[in-house]
Write a protein of this length. Sequence first.
Length: 220
Amino acid sequence: MKGPSVRTSKLLAVAALAAIAGCTTPAPDPGADEAAFKQMMASSFRDKGIARVERLQQDESDAACSRAGGAPLPEAQALAIRDQNRATVKMPADGRFLGDWRAGEKLAQSGKGMSWSDASTATRENGGSCYNCHQIGPQEIAYGTIGPSLFHYLANHEASDPQGAAARRLVQVTWIRLYNAKALNACSVMPRFGHAGLLDEKQLKDLMALLLDPDSPVNR
């Protein structure tokens, strides 16, 4: 028996390739993936206590960084985000930046507040949970490393002279970072304590004192 002709073989090969092509996985659809993700989030969470599902809504700053997926943003976009967030920063009403470092230490240690188990935001102060991401005082044996160590904060920033120019600049930068870290780093993962209303002005001042008071254990 004779085998298939050359022409027949070519036709069979083309048919096989067409069949294979028809079985390939279609290209991902980013729009469909995004819609499926939003649907999953909406069906997986619900309001409970003071924890509301509206917290899942990102502003444009967060959304831009999420879309980047860890990649650096284009410089123009990063600058625009920093400028937008810088405009939200409110300096202390009385012009004084430092509170009580002892209260700041308690605040840094506390992870309480803003939880579904809290009856309301009026019944307790929110904590800062600072040790989740930073080393702060020398007594800590367990702390997070997402952020840099803050131990010896003044010395590490060459600002040990509280009246010096370096210290004055550091006060401003530290306040901005605590109030809204995206004003300095567009995709910072640090909570925007002042911008989001997580901490009030007094609490921010107490954290400032923990970092900047020469008598604080941070700087001894």
